[in-house]
Design a protein around this ligand. Structure first.
Ligand code: FCB
Length: 489
């Protein structure tokens, strides 16, 4: 039965069609939605430790219960089906799969952990929804952090073994495995600015983490191919569209530095088998990169079937001369320690214009520019938008959430994806972040990204207007070109 709220917006002359086969999806991550933190044999991850440390997360929130997706996944899959999703990107919690892992050994596989994801995969397939599995979305087993975390290459080695276990168990039904989600955040927010778990503030450790995350991707990609030869292997990066409004050579150099630290230090080893010389030079005062061993770059430079691109907001920089307080509007949270290792002479000015509840500037052009740059520099590489979305301060009024700002954000960004596609970029899918409101890391439950509202007291799900709107886009396989079609219901 189609309710009034679900009636499709007319695609007609005011809509722009996506290419046939373009995949519509929605995304979440284990620690942000699952809850059941101490159930099914799961042991603590770095996010359990971090969120339970007073002062780390807004409101003292934790992922102990979150959206209770662990128990409610059948209901959630039914909701996805109702919205017409073709694919669901979720992550596997490593501490559910090998809860006794140590730096030296993976330890026994926890059948109960695998059974949960296997049941989720079956439920999705029965609903006609294709699973896309992220193997690491930031919930490192605490025991590995205690032995050095991502500063240690043993973490990368254990990751590959864990990846092989998951791919062997799910690879008969899962076509897409994403090794890592946003290693930039794991490395720099986890080890330099400390606003993410494990909360360390050591610049040299952050760069060691960059390398071992790259290594984990390479070893993990090879492991997935061994265990699930037919699967597609991808890596998701949060790449930045870095620009400046300044005109000096120093401003241009600020763009180069930040581009190096955010984009090329991941793209170049993975896709070209080398670290960028300028990044090595920029960071020479922090580390000599001696943790890179002979042969590592070959291990990292594995064939990649697709690159996952997460885009939310532009990155605008300028040179900082040190005479005024440094502007730090980089959207990555407040810390006395910068995530921008070896870029002390760069600042991030506040931009005029629209911002989301995260304080992130809204500029959909960046989506097009980023996708086109990747297409230009890595021709032939399949691109998938694995995250895009926005937080706003939603309110439920009489059972509805009229989140027109989020709908407008999504409309503009989908149009921006289509601009890139029409200009030749091989973008094959789009995953909206997020399906449900969830635990937004150090912001806890204070920021809502979902197209489905969650009442954290009752666990009641309420489809927001943006959810109905996205469903209409999926049905029409087209994005409305005018504001008139933004509101459904
Ligand atoms: C990305 C993360 C995701 C979510 C969104 C808002 O950086 O991958 O888990 O927190 O931001």
């Amino acid at each position: 039965m189609t309710t009034t709220e679900e009636r499709p917006t007319a695609p007609s002359a005011t809509a722009r069609a996506f290419p046939p086969g373009f995949v519509w999806g929605t995304a979440t991550a284990a620690y942000q939605v699952e809850g059941a933190a101490a159930e099914g044999g799961r042991t603590p991850s770095i996010w359990d430790t971090y969120s339970h440390t007073p002062g780390r997360v807004v409101g003292g929130d934790t992922g102990d219960v979150a959206d209770d997706h662990y128990h409610r996944f059948r209901e959630d899959v039914a909701l996805m089906q109702r919205l017409g999703m073709a694919s669901y990107r979720f992550s596997v919690a490593w501490p559910r799969i090998t809860p006794q892992v140590s730096a030296d050994a993976l330890g026994p596989v926890n059948a109960e952990g695998l059974a949960f994801y296997s049941a989720l995969v079956d439920e999705l397939l029965a609903a006609g929804i294709e699973p896309a599995v992220t193997l690491y979305h930031w919930d490192l087993p605490q025991a590995l952090e205690d032995a050095g975390g991502w500063t240690s290459r043993r973490t990368a080695e254990r990751f590959a073994e864990y990846a092989e276990v998951v791919a062997a168990a799910l690879g008969d039904r899962v076509r897409t495995f994403i090794t890592l989600n946003e290693p930039w955040c794991s490395a720099y927010l986890g080890y330099a600015s400390g606003v993410h778990a494990p909360g360390r503030t050591e610049p040299a450790a952050a760069l060691a983490a960059v390398h071992h995350l790259n290594l984990a991707h390479g070893l993990g990609a090879a492991a997935v191919r061994r265990a699930a030869p037919g699967a597609r292997v991808a890596l998701t990066l949060n790449l930045a569209w870095v620009r400046t409004e300044g005109t000096t050579a120093a401003d241009a150099d600020a763009v180069r530095r930040v581009d190096g630290l955010q984009n090329r230090v991941f793209l170049d080893p993975v896709l070209r088998g080398r670290y960028p010389d300028d990044v090595l030079a920029d960071t020479a005062g922090v580390t000599d990169w001696s943790f890179v061993r002979d042969g590592d770059l070959d291990l990292i430079h594995q064939p990649l079937d697709a690159l996952g691109v997460n885009y939310y907001s532009p990155t605008v920089v300028r040179a900082w001369d040190g005479t005024t307080p440094r502007a730090e509007n980089d959207g990555h949270g407040a810390s006395a320690h910068s995530p921008w290792v070896a870029a002390q002479d760069v600042e991030f000015p506040e931009l005029p214009g629209d911002k989301t509840a995260m304080g992130w500037s809204v500029d959909a052009r960046g989506m097009t520019e980023l996708l086109l740059r990747l297409h230009r520099e890595h021709p032939g590489l399949e691109l998938i938008v694995t995250e895009n979305g926005a937080a706003y301060d939603d309110v439920v009024v009489a059972g509805r959430v009229h989140d027109v700002e989020r709908t407008r954000y999504l409309r503009d960004h989908l149009a921006a994806v289509l601009d890139a596609v029409e200009a030749g970029a091989p973008v094959t899918g789009y995953y909206l972040w997020s399906f449900l409101d969830n635990f937004e890391w150090s912001y806890g439950f204070s920021k809502r990204f979902g197209v489905v509202h969650v009442d954290y007291t009752t666990q009641q799900r309420t489809i927001k207007d943006s959810g109905y709107w996205y469903a209409s886009v999926v049905r029409a396989h087209a994005v409305p070109a005018t504001d008139g079609a933004l509101v459904t219901g």
